[in-house]
Design a protein around this ligand. Structure first.
Ligand code: UFG
Length: 344
């Protein structure tokens, strides 16, 4: 049974990936400093899978503690590195917090991978590296555009750090997964997204509005050059995304990667506008949403969705869920979280 270290494993995408890893027979060790997640997700993971993964509350910027963790759990075959700050707006006001945490933790892990002969990493990257692509859907070989936020820049720099390290290290391989817009929750509703404070992202804002935590959703702009004037994204169910991590880790562990550093788009291949999504939510849940159109949000990309052909072919993976299923799962999680009294 392969042992996998999942950094950020109590977080949104991390916890869903841990569930899929356990379901597929992997042994999981989670490292998370709980700065943007709660240990309640461990209870959810245990209820879903019947297994409580090993959990270490550590900050990966602390190299000696990270080293101690690797000594405590020898024989780790791969690291899935989710742990990072991810709020675009906050990264603009506090750039050094983002550079320090997102780059410092990655460098520590790569150094320790060399030192302790850990050969494989799956890295959480983002479609933000493409900016506003000239051609849609966007393929993996589209040019990387100048980052529009320090957060986005940390993802670009991280890919560069990994590329150079992999090139210089005979025994390190990496797959970077470029996520489009992960949404939804596990169908059990026992784990899901837990935004701290007012959500920045569309779907948690919608579910919080629908349940009465927020009064009204603001739709940022209806004057874009798109069919209905609102921005277009590629919304992928978090469970589909999580399953792609299992496929990627298996590819590395079984030495089936073609290059030492590979990257794949993780999306559905379908572009959906903000207004389409709002109406799909209403249809999927039967809940009417209070929303109004307001001005554009600065820094927003007009439209982006994934060309998934390469990931579909090379990984043998494809997103399965419909948009309605995805949005219903986000709503079920919001309702469950409220009714169960929430996580400590
Ligand atoms: N939106 C609204 N109202 C809201 C929130 C969002 O209309 O209250 C709109 C945005 O303007 C955008 C769409 O919904 O058009 C999606 O916005 P999100 O904030 O949910 O997602 P983004 O696509 O802006 O950002 C996501 C990730 C980032 C990543 C980026 C890459 O959250 O981490 O994709 O493009 F950098």
């Amino acid at each position: 049974m392969s042992k996998i270290l999942v950094t950020g494993g109590t977080g949104y995408i991390g916890s869903h990936t841990v569930v899929e890893l356990i379901n597929e027979g992997f042994e999981v060790v989670i490292a998370d400093n709980l700065s943007n997640s709660k240990s309640g997700s461990l209870d959810g993971i245990e209820k879903i899978t019947g297994v409580r993964p090993a959990f270490e509350q550590i900050d990966l910027c602390d190299k000696s503690k990270t080293e101690a963790l690797l000594k405590k759990y020898p024989d780790i075959e791969a690291i899935i590195h989710f742990a990072a700050y991810k709020a675009v707006g906050e990264s603009v006001s506090q750039p050094l917090k983002y550079y320090h945490n997102n780059l410092g933790s990655l460098i520590n892990l790569l150094e320790l991978m060399q030192q302790y002969s850990i050969p494989n990493m799956v890295f959480s990257s983002s479609c933000t590296v493409y900016g506003q692509p000239e051609k849609l859907p966007v393929t993996e070989d589209a040019p990387v555009q100048p980052a529009t936020s320090p957060y986005g820049n940390t993802k670009q720099i991280s890919e560069g750090i990994i590329r150079d390290t992999v090139a210089a290290s005979a025994n390190i391989n990496c797959i970077a997964l470029r996520y489009f817009n992960p949404v939804g929750a596990h169908p059990s509703a026992l784990i899901g997204e837990l935004p701290v404070g007012v959500p920045n992202n569309l779907v948690p804002f919608i579910t919080q509005t629908a349940i009465g935590i927020r009064e009204q959703l603001s739709v940022f702009g209806n004057d874009y050059n798109t069919p209905d004037g609102s921005c277009i994204r590629d919304y992928i169910h978090v469970v589909d995304l999580a399953k792609a991590h299992v496929v990627a880790v298996r590819r590395l562990v079984e030495n089936r990667n073609r290059a030492k550093f590979e990257m794949f788009n993780l999306g559905t291949g379908r572009g959906v506008s903000v207004l389409e999504l709002v109406h799909a939510f209403e249809k999927a849940t039967g809940v009417k949403l209070n929303y109004k159109i307001v001005g554009r949000r600065s820094g927003d990309t007009e439209q982006v969705w994934a060309d998934t052909a390469y990931a579909n072919k090379e990984l043998g993976w494809k997103a399965q869920s419909t948009l309605e299923e995805t949005l219903k799962s986000a709503w079920d999680w919001e309702v469950y979280y409220k009714e169960s009294g929430g996580w400590k």
